[in-house]
Design a protein around this ligand. Sequence first.
Ligand SMILES: NC(=O)NC(NC(N)=O)C(=O)[O-]
Ligand SMILES: [Zn+2]
Ligand SMILES: [Zn+2]
Length: 408
Amino acid sequence: MPGLIDVHAHLDEPGRTEWEGFSSGTKAAAAGGITTLIDMPLNSEPSTVSRETLKLKTDAAKGKIFVHVGFWGGLVPENALNSTALEDLLDAGVLGLKSFMCPSGIDDFPMTNITHIQGGLSVLARYKRPLLVHAELVQESDEKEDAVSDAASYSTYLRTRPASWEQAAVRQLVSATEETRAGGSAEGAHLHIVHLSDAGSSLDLIKEAKSRGHSLTVETCPHYLAFSAEEIPDGDTRFKCSPPIRDAANREKLWEAMMGGDIDLLSSDHSPSVPELKRLDEGDFLKAWGGISSLQFVLPVTWTHGRQYSLAFEKLASLWSEKPARLAGQKLKGAIVVGNHADLAVWEPEAELELDADHPVFHKHPSISAYMGRRLSGKVVATFVSGNLVFKQGFHATAACGATILAR
Ligand SMILES: NC(=O)NC(NC(N)=O)C(=O)[O-]
Ligand SMILES: [Zn+2]
Ligand SMILES: [Zn+2]
């Protein structure tokens, strides 16, 4: 199939290479059939918010990447209302921008309000590049903070980030994208909601806005399709992410929406950290780093769980290659077509993998992945990046021949 394109990965280099880094991250990608990654602007140090900080990324990636890597730039309060600053970042080659509507957990990546988001959209309209948004808006809770609630219980964490946070954010975004319709003042701009977890009214609002012609797409991630809140063991912070994994009924609705075409694409949101920050010894869901570690496993996870829903190869390729290529503006990627880049994943749908200690995992910190210990089907045999064989039967090519992708 066409190689997978992961539009949402945190590679954390420079500055937090001990969390992942270009070398281990792109090796894991290649081992998972991913041929292009788009790196998120936060969790590296500094964040990618300017021409200069993008240059630090491309310099750090040199000679280390086994797959192609593009970059999103950060939309933050400091640059959001400064069109010269945003133009400079976009001219430097980021494929689009990314912002948070809630605290990101990273000090130099502050959250944006809807005015900042509108400012970003108006500049992006001219570049025809997307704005990706982490859509959770902190809501005042009626529930009294329960001092005795158990931080080792996943349900405690789940209660701190209810679906109403996603719904409030989506409501604002839907109104901000009104002008992206044909003839609107922000025509040409596109807004993409990352890692949707709430399959309730967030999804209804998105569907309705799309039907009214808003330029809007949405992704979800394998962990929202594979796991449910009910089954997360006490203290197992490998499962902590935001927005949180919700109940099994919500998971069913996400599958239904995705199979029905209301969710456009999938991404990993691979967001690892050093194991200490996961605080697995304490098992404290409130203090642990939020982020799922999954890069190498997204294809077998999607396939293993998708078979129950009659997921066809064509749909898999649309969710993981074709639509992500379109979002990232990669016209020569995402499909096996004469003239396209020869980015290919070769895999055996029936072959099983046991994610035990003997399984070769190329993430820097395999132990923090919630998928370890599982049995999956769909084994990647070989991966080609621009015609180069970069991974075969457990081994990587000696040369890291991936290229950085800059928008022009
Ligand atoms: N700073 C992060 O990497 N945050 C990420 N964390 C998650 N998803 O739990 C994200 O994408 O929001
Ligand atoms: Zn996010
Ligand atoms: Zn993320």
